[in-house]
Structures are given as C-alpha cells and as structure tokens.
Design a binder for this molecule. Structure first.
Ligand code: ADP
Length: 261
C-alpha cells in the first residue's frame, strides 16, 4: 500500500488529499486560509487525522498552488496547471478542456494526449469572473456564497449586471435590492455575469467536446448551468472539484513514489 499526499495552497483556501495507491481518496479537506493564515498545517493535520494516517507513513508529498513554495514539508512542488491537467486526465481521459474557477483566479487549460497541457489562459488581474466576485456579492446581499445556487434556482428572470468591475457591480446589486428586484433574479444575474467572463476566457483557448469544471466555484450549480448555456455544451463537474489540484498533486506523488519502489 502506497500513501501519498497532495497539498494545494490557494489564495483563499488550503486543500489536502491523501491517496491510497494512486486511486483511492482516503481523506480530503478544504480549510480557510491559503498562502497566509496557516491553512496548510491545519489542512494537513486534519486530513491525516481523518485518514487515520501519520505523516511518517506517507511515501511522497507534493505541493501545488500559489503558496506551494512556503510549504517546506513537501518532497516536491508541481505547477497548479500541471496538477489540474493530470487529475482531469485521470478522472476523464477524453476531457480536453479544464475550466478551474478559484477564489482569486480562473484558468482554462487545454489538454492534449495523455493529459499533457497544451495551452492555458488565466484571469488573475481582476476579481470579476472568480470566486471572490461571488463572495463580495453574497456578502452585499447578506448571504453566504454557498447559498447562492439555491437562491438563484428560484429565478424567473435574470437581472442584468452590466459592470464588469466588482466594486461597481456590488453597487449595482445594492441598487437592485433597493429597487425591490427579486433576489433570485439578481443572483441569476450575478451567475450570468461570472459565466460571461469565464466563457470569454474559454473562447480564447478554443472549445473541445469534453469540458471539466473544477475549483470552489464548480460547487455552485447556478454558475455551472449559466456557463453551460453560454458555451452551448454539457459541463462535467468531478466529485472532488474543489480539491482537483491537490488530487493531481497526490497522483503525481504516487507516480514519483512508485518509480522509487
Ligand atoms: P483558491 O484555490 O483560489 O483558494 P477555491 O478553488 O478553493 O479557491 O475556490 C474558492 C471559491 O469557491 C470561493 O471564492 C467561493 O466563491 C467558492 N465556494 C467555496 N465554497 C463554496 C460552496 N460551498 N458553494 C459554492 N461556492 C463555494
């Protein structure tokens, strides 16, 4: 039995996965606090405890994400793009596009044969089109980001959010609330706004038939549905969408450790 660990230090969250023999997820955790805030240690401790494994039993540990350099306990680092590609290929070998929507950036990755990364584009300059945008809007309306999908599912229309800038869009949302627009329709408009940005990014990479959506925002079915409609395609959301990068890291760790045996 070979146990490996993948740690993904994102901007907002830290994720950790323990994998048995490169295929079975023993435990996975997402904790608040990414690069700053001690998220890595907490995520690792909690995942080890949940899997009933000690650090010494791990054959290999790979770190990824923005903050990977600050995680000194890893045996190796790997780029986030590479990890996403690796995991996406493992989950769905025919997938050719991965759309990862995280807290601070969004990426569209095109994969070639064997899950090799052929091309990618990234939006990291602005919060629009990322999870941060949803967090700001949810907060402005007095809700948690995890409640948005459910609220948006009651929509009968979409209130247009015309500003792309998060700060202006927030003011728009507040004026729509003040004007007594239906909450669900405002939320649907917010989902549409983020879908529009992501679709623009995806078109720059070119679309292929099988598309996987990962990252924390993939848990919001409202965003996924709006994006599917915009792209005119069915989107696949893997079971461990938010920890996709960490899973890719754990998988890479498995490949490395099996070479050593
Ligand atoms: P990063 O890797 O940049 O830290 P994540 O991939 O973890 O980011 O995504 C964080 C984003 O995911 C948040 O900004 C939020 O919009 C979204 N999110 C997190 N949890 C949930 C949830 N339970 N339901 C819907 N969206 C969520």
């Amino acid at each position: 039995m070979i146990l490996t660990m993948g740690v993904d230090l994102g901007s907002i969250t830290a994720k950790c996965v323990i994998l048995q023999d490169g295929c079975q997820v023993l435990a996975e955790r997402v904790v608040k606090g990414g690069m700053v805030g001690g998220g890595a240690e907490k995520a690792v401790t909690e995942t080890l405890a949940a899997a009933g494994v000690t650090q010494g039993e791990l054959a290999y540990v790979v770190a990824t994400g923005y903050g990977r350099v600050i995680f000194a306990e890893a045996n190796e680092e790997m780029s986030e793009i590479g990890c996403h590609g690796k995991e996406a290929f493992f989950q769905e070998p025919s997938a050719r596009i991965v759309i990862d929507i995280g807290g601070q950036d969004a990426k569209v990755i095109r994969l070639g044969a064997g899950g090799r990364v052929v091309n990618f584009v990234m939006n990291e300059k602005c919060a629009a089109g990322t999870g941060r945008f949803l967090e700001v809007m949810a907060q402005a309306m007095g809700y948690h980001v995890s409640e948005l999908a459910q609220i948006g599912s009651q929509a009968t229309g979409k209130v247009a959010i015309s500003s792309t800038c998060t700060v202006f869009a927030e003011s728009e949302v507040i004026s729509h609330l003040a004007a007594d627009k239906k909450l669900a329709d405002i939320v649907a408009g917010i989902h549409e706004s983020i879908a529009r940005r992501i679709a623009g990014l995806a078109h720059r990479v070119g679309l292929e038939e099988k598309i996987l959506v990962t990252g924390g925002v993939a848990q919001n079915q409202g965003v996924v549905a709006a994006l599917a409609e915009r792209l005119g395609r069915e989107l696949l959301v893997p079971r461990f969408a938010q920890v996709n990068g960490a899973l890719g890291a754990a998988l890479y760790a498995f490949e490395k450790s099996s070479h050593c045996h």
